[in-house]
Design a protein around this ligand. Structure first.
Ligand code: PMP
Length: 475
């Protein structure tokens, strides 16, 4: 029986073999805290996603799925699936076994960490942690903050970035009207709230408007006042470069499921000192250096916060996605800016459509566009797009209630309470964008094709819902 796939290559010597911990008294864990710079050749073609040919049922028969919902979760990349399939052939424990498969799996886990370190532009002494999601990363950081840290966060943040710090130590800043307003609000708050440890938390790209926040400028401002800065890159990671070092930011978090690697891994990367001194996130095997009747000595580095057997498949998936995104960065940016320009232009031409924005029409954006359609409930719009046109979008307040409430504020109280969000990625096509524009224009002009009723469970189409087809379970 052949144990290894024929294409097997031994772990690259780029992974340092120096042991940093022996989890559960087992084999040494290779330490990777160092940024490994891989020069990757640029590939001009777009990488493909799994399920690119998906067809979905609509009222008018099957049609190609128009995936305009990447801001919620991205599909998997083909390269990610291939890496996972390959890693599964020798799947074994991480840092807990002496067998060859365990050794190989452990090495790949640490190589995945090095790949992610490069992807986020980590400095040599940064710690790169695998978590579950951005939400999980912030929960971890929140627990590791020095006591009495004051956290500064804008009301425009996603709830996962707004809430984990605890109300009593959070200084919540209003949703800014302009970027200058944002700097002024932050500066004033930093001046007003002196404390030994302070952390500013900002998003790199809004999950509602797609607007890109100039994090390097916020980092500069935070540091000028002796504060640290943590950047929410959940909406940036699939679209643009994350660069901790160039931004001079202290921490960054992002999620695999929004970065074409939906295998349950996320990332927190940044300064080691608070992480090494902070409460270990998951108490248990792997996070300890020694356990005696007299007490427990906790590990430092990644091991400290990665108690339990790690999600190595998720880490490998994420590393594969990072490598692919770096390789294809230019082609991805061209594809997305073309689709985004058409989407915005097309929506601009539909009467009654209002695109949401914090900083104004000309602000820099990734491919996320939230909009309202005058006279039409956003929940109905998204159902019509799905059932009548085979388009996937999201509606609601996108876990950013304060921001959406602010942007939809209507002095007469009659404005729409929620919005529709179309978000672009590698699973989106120009045809899908055109279909969305035509569908919204058609809705405004003629109303929906079907008859719709509002019920306590939401909007329901008259007659059988075409999506209620019987599909075999995947297991
Ligand atoms: N921040 C932003 C900007 C997001 O868009 C999201 C997810 N919508 C999160 C944080 C939370 O990410 P996750 O659900 O992966 O924890």
């Amino acid at each position: 029986m052949s144990v290894l796939p024929s294409t097997h290559v031994l772990p690259s010597p780029a992974v340092p073999a120096a042991p940093s911990a022996t989890p559960c008294g087992g084999s040494p864990a290779p330490a990777v805290r160092t940024r490994v710079l891989h020069a990757v050749p640029t590939v001009e073609a777009l990488p493909t996603v799994v399920g690119a040919g998906l067809r979905v049922p609509t009222l008018h028969g099957d049609t190609a799925y128009a995936n305009l919902d990447h801001a919620a979760s991205t599909p998997a990349l083909e390269t990610v699936k291939a890496a996972v399939d390959r890693a599964l052939e020798t799947y074994s424990s991480v840092h807990r076994g002496a067998g060859f498969a365990s050794r190989l799996t452990s090495a790949w886990y640490e190589q995945a960490r090095a790949e992610v370190a490069t992807f986020v532009g980590a400095r040599p002494d940064d710690t790169v942690l695998f978590t579950r999601t951005t939400t999980d990363s912030w929960a971890l950081l929140s627990k590791a903050l020095p006591s009495r840290t004051t956290v500064f966060v804008f009301g425009s943040e996603h709830h996962s970035t707004l809430l984990p710090w605890g109300r009593s130590r959070t200084v919540r800043l209003p949703v800014p009207q302009t970027l200058d307003d944002a700097y002024a609000l932050l500066e004033e708050a930093l001046v007003d709230h002196a404390s030994r440890h302070r952390l500013v938390v900002v998003t790199a790209a809004s999950n509602v408007t797609g607007e890109v926040w100039p994090v390097a400028r916020f980092a500069h401002l935070a540091h000028a006042h002796g504060a640290r800065i943590a950047v929410d890159a959940a909406q940036l990671s699939a679209h643009r470069r994350i660069d901790l070092a160039a931004w001079d930011a202290d921490y960054v978090a992002f999620s695999g499921h929004k970065t074409y690697a939906p295998y349950g891994a996320g990332v927190l990367a940044g300064r080691s000192d608070w992480l090494d001194a902070g409460t270990p996130y998951l108490l248990g095997g792997g996070a300890t250096r020694s356990v005696t009747e007299d007490g427990t000595a906790w590990a430092t580095g990644a091991a400290r916060h990665e108690g339990g057997s790690p999600n190595v498949i998720g880490a490998i998936a994420l590393a594969a996605a990072c490598a692919t995104l770096r390789r294809h960065a230019r082609a991805i940016e061209q594809h997305e800016s073309r689709l985004l320009a058409r989407l915005r232009d097309g929506l601009d031409g539909v009467p009654g459509v209002e695109v949401l924005s914090i900083f104004g029409n000309d602000s820099d954006r990734v491919g996320v566009v939230a909009f309202t359609v005058e006279g039409w409930d956003s929940a109905l719009v998204s159902q019509v797009l799905s059932v009548e046109h085979g388009i996937g979008v999201r509606d609601g307040k996108f876990c950013a209630h304060l921001l959406v409430d602010e942007l939809l504020e209507d002095p007469w109280g009659e404005g729409p309470a929620t919005a529709v969000r179309a978000s672009i990625g590698l699973g989106s096509t120009l045809e899908g964008v055109e279909r969305l524009i035509t569908a919204v224009a058609g809705l405004v002009e003629h109303g929906p094709a079907a008859t719709w009723t509002r019920t306590s469970a939401g909007w329901v189409v008259e007659g059988p819902d075409p999506r209620d087809v019987e599909v075999e379970r995947p297991w």
